[in-house]
Design a protein around this ligand. Structure first.
Ligand code: UDX
Length: 439
């Protein structure tokens, strides 16, 4: 909304949420999340044409368009538990909109939802006996964390899905006009609402599939002596494949990939397409395998025991440039190492508070430390779990000096030059290429 408000100074944007603490933070110009460039963009339109409130009813009534961005987590109960999307928040929101609206509205799905959610929501919205109609559009969000502002300013494409009816098409046209203020028209795709809903799930599944594919190759590389980065380069130079999203590592995290793929698989199963469901699910299963084998490797390489050993985890965020730890591979790595009775030390430039909250049940066995040098002091091993740039620029000679010998380096993001680290003295274990171990 902050990016939209920047490009549409003549339109009033009201962000409404039930979480008073978050709203207060946004309203004071200090977003409660870390995202490069966000504070600056927010400052441009805050209290000019961008407002934050917990007063949801009036916000609904005053609006012509309502973007619904409530969470749609994986269901944890009942039918579809562990797979299907939990739509209770979406449905509740639809009912809230219906209760407070005193005129027609365009309701826009920003949340990632299963195919045909818009249809169900339109039904609920239009069952209030009111003399006007609500139009429901799908407008999925493709931004990635850490690059959100750039992705919103220069999106590869914007999808707008609507019903094939005249009123549906009119609503689509209204939303197109807003995006067209800063997005080239040929990048604004309009389509049927179900295609738009499915495209978001499909795009995330394709992205995650590339990561699981290269990670599967990385496992083969480790045993065969091939090097995954060389293979990725060779594969990615085929213009039909392309070079992006082919970095092997400790596995993907983030709030979307796992949830959306399981949701896609559930949809396939719901329609009886079991082979297709198995196909998509395998991407998630392989990702779990990649994370598990990373930890297993740490234990095996350190002579099959890490009891009492100090292991520094460099990075806890699911990727660089965010404080978000949702589904971060670091969670599993930390928990497994705690279970193996290692002394785990977590460091991260932005995610330390979230890490502390996540690991609260094992807090007596984990240390948190903002300085990576301090985290590594007296450690037997370092495991790099997030590709923060600062970890590339540390003085590894000094770090090595202060570590217990032999010093192990497990580079879960292939962030460092293994040869260089080996020459400093580390036993180095990259993902997807042969380890470099001092004899
Ligand atoms: C993703 C999609 O990219 C975005 O379009 C969608 O709107 C939301 O989900 P996000 O989860 O923010 O965005 O991050 P992304 O950059 O896609 O990374 C996801 C995970 O994959 C991270 O853990 C990252 O480290 C990992 N990854 C990414 C790899 O392991 N290798 C790669 O080559 C790329």
């Amino acid at each position: 909304m902050a990016v939209m408000a920047r490009h549409c100074p003549d339109i009033r944007f009201i962000v409404a949420d039930i979480d008073a603490e978050k709203i207060r933070a946004w309203d004071s110009g200090k977003p409660p999340i870390y995202e490069p460039g966000l504070t600056e963009v927010l400052a441009e339109s805050l209290h000019r044409n961008l407002f934050f409130t917990t007063d949801i009813g009036p916000a609904i009534d005053q609006a012509d368009m309502i973007f619904v961005s409530v969470n749609t987590p994986t269901k944890t109960f009942g039918e579809g538990a562990g797979y299907a999307a939990d739509l209770q928040y979406w449905e509740r929101t639809a009912r809230t909109v219906r209760a407070h609206a005193r005129g027609p509205k365009i309701v826009i799905e920003k949340s990632t939802v299963p195919v045909r959610t818009a249809e169900a929501m339109e039904y609920i919205l239009n069952q209030g006996g009111q003399p006007w109609r609500f139009e429901v559009l799908s407008n999925p969000e493709f931004l990635a964390e850490g690059t959100a502002i750039r992705d919103l300013e220069m999106p590869d494409r914007v999808l707008i899905g609507g019903a094939d009816t005249p009123s549906g098409q009119a609503a689509v046209a209204e939303l197109v006009e807003i995006y067209a203020r800063w997005v080239p028209r040929d990048r604004i795709l309009t389509m049927h609402v179900w295609s738009s809903e499915l495209s978001k799930l499909a795009a995330n599944a394709f992205l995650a599939q590339r990561i699981s594919s290269i990670n599967a190759i990385s496992e083969l590389c480790e045993v065969s002596g091939a090097r995954v980065q060389e293979v990725a380069r060779a594969v990615g130079m085929d213009s039909r494949i392309g070079p992006k999203f082919l970095e092997a590592g400790v596995g993907f995290g983030g709030s979307c990939f796992r949830k959306d793929i399981l949701n896609l698989a559930y949809l396939c199963r719901y329609y009886g397409l079991h082979v297709a469901a198995d196909y998509w699910e395998a991407i998630v299963r392989f990702n779990e395998h990649q994370q598990a084998r990373f930890v297993r490797n740490i234990v095996h390489r350190m002579f099959n025991t890490v009891v009492g050993k100090r292991i520094a985890l460099f990075g806890f965020a699911f990727k660089a440039d965010t404080g978000d730890i949702r589904e971060s591979p670091a969670i599993r790595v930390a928990r497994c190492l705690v279970e193996e009775r290692a002394r785990v030390v977590v460091t991260d430039p932005e995610a330390l508070d979230n890490a502390r909250r996540e690991l609260v049940d094992v807090a007596d066995r984990v240390e948190f430390c903002s300085d990576p040098y301090e985290a590594a002091r007296g450690a037997d091993a370092i495991a790099i779990l997030t590709a923060w740039r600062i970890y590339r620029e540390l003085d590894y000679r000094a770090i090595f000096r202060d570590m217990v010998k032999p010093a192990f380096l497990f580079d879960g993001r292939n962030l460092l030059d293994p040869r260089e680290m080996y020459e400093i003295g580390f036993n180095v274990f990259p993902v997807g290429s042969p380890p470099l171990v001092h004899g």
